[in-house]
Design a protein around this ligand. Structure first.
Ligand SMILES: Cc1cc2nc3c(=O)[nH]c(=O)nc-3n(C[C@H](O)[C@H](O)[C@H](O)COP(=O)(O)OP(=O)(O)OC[C@H]3O[C@@H](n4cnc5c(N)ncnc54)[C@H](O)[C@@H]3O)c2cc1C
Length: 333
């Protein structure tokens, strides 16, 4: 199988090496299609992200993974056997559903890194332009490198995919554009705070909030990913939206002040990250949306799918589903 990214002609190009794009790519490659995955990030994983501050390790995007379908449970078990996943807790008292919550091992990015192994994935590669040439797509990167393909799958958060399509988006029907334009996402500030002692969070190291400025707190040491005490604090959508243009350091200090009843230790260092698109607020009922067939273009990701959506499992399910559709498309050619 051709695995060389010097190659410029592909059957399928996937925009985004998050859970959706990687799951789709593995399935397409297994079906014998030539697929390239392109991501603007420094590494793979997208919102399955982690960060280090000194010795402290934080998951600052996705916090845990639920596996409700048989297929995804099987994947989680495979990743566990490969050392890239572990059960964080058999259930969170604070959250509905008495099922295991998984984590990446040693951190969340371990799972996408395992999935990317052996795939043609180009990172640090921002796509800036997409254009149509007969029955092919041409995808242009920031550094002017061009890839050509017969099928394009776009997995970034939908507003980013729409912006990337530029003028092409306006060629689609009003109904289709409206379906995509209604898909919105929550904003979320993530504060990563290093502590000088154990946090005051109860085992397994989680606190959720149903109103106010905070949405979530997790103790990364209790979770088993950090050798030293540190917490991830997520702000609520309303707070994040209201503070989006304000001073980030001050916002982080406000979040730490709100979290202080559960800290039980001093914060020695902190960083803040703003997720403009964290989890989808409004989702599309189908697991992907085909915008056109010749050349093939589909949008997929965690905003698509009625059963599992808005989370890692939803992104994986969407990736599998769109890959099946692309395989069918090539089998008809
Ligand atoms: C703060 C936060 C907390 C969360 N908590 C949980 C949780 O606890 N449990 C859970 O299951 N889910 C959680 N999620 C949601 C989960 O992370 C997502 O549902 C899932 O990771 C989405 O995967 P995806 O592949 O659809 O998209 P993404 O992971 O966003 O992947 C899309 C990729 O496209 C790339 N891209 C975008 N534009 C371009 C471009 N122009 N050129 C090239 N590449 C581009 C991006 O770099 C990105 O890597 C959380 C998310 C956030 C942010």
């Amino acid at each position: 199988m051709e695995n060389d990214l010097d190659q410029k002609e592909w059957d399928v190009v996937i925009v985004g090496a998050g859970m959706c794009g990687l799951m789709a790519a593995r399935k397409l490659m297994a079906a014998g299609l030539r697929v390239a995955v392109i991501d603007k990030g420094r590494g793979v994983g997208g919102r399955m992200a982690y960060r280090r501050i000194g010795e402290a390790i934080f998951d600052h995007g996705a916090q845990y993974i639920s596996a409700r379908s048989d297929g995804f449970q099987k994947s989680m078990q495979e990743w566990q056997e490969n050392g890239a996943a572990a059960v964080w807790s058999e259930g969170f008292a604070e959250l509905p559903g008495d099922h295991p919550r998984w984590r990446g091992a040693p951190h969340m990015k371990a799972i996408p890194s395992l999935l990317a192994d052996g795939l043609p994935v180009l990172t640090n590669a921002k796509i800036t332009e997409i254009s149509k040439h007969g029955d092919r797509w041409e995808v242009v990167l920031e550094n002017e490198i061009r890839y050509v393909c017969g099928a394009l799958i776009m997995t970034p958060p939908v507003p980013q995919s729409v912006a990337l399509l530029g003028g092409i988006f306006h060629e689609f029907s009003e109904e289709m554009r409206a379906q995509l334009e209604r898909l919105t996402y929550h904003r979320c500030f993530a504060v990563m705070a290093v502590l000088d002692g154990a946090s005051g969070l109860p085992r397994p190291g989680v606190k959720t909030f149903s109103d106010g400025s905070l949405a979530w707190m997790a103790d990364n040491q209790m979770k088993g990913i950090s050798p030293v005490p540190c917490v991830t604090i997520h702000a609520s959508h309303d707070f994040s939206l209201a503070r989006w243009e304000e001073d980030r350091q001050e916002t982080a200090r406000m979040m730490i002040a709100h979290a202080s009843p559960w800290l039980a230790a001093q914060v020695t260092e902190f960083q803040i990250h703003g997720w403009r698109y964290s989890k989808p607020a409004v989702t599309h009922d189908a697991p992907f949306l085909v915008l056109q067939h010749q050349p093939y273009l589909a949008l997929a990701g965690d905003a698509f799918g009625i059963i599992h959506r808005g989370n890692v499992e939803g992104a994986a399910t969407s990736g599998w589903a769109v890959a099946e559709n692309v395989i069918e498309f090539f089998s008809r050619k």
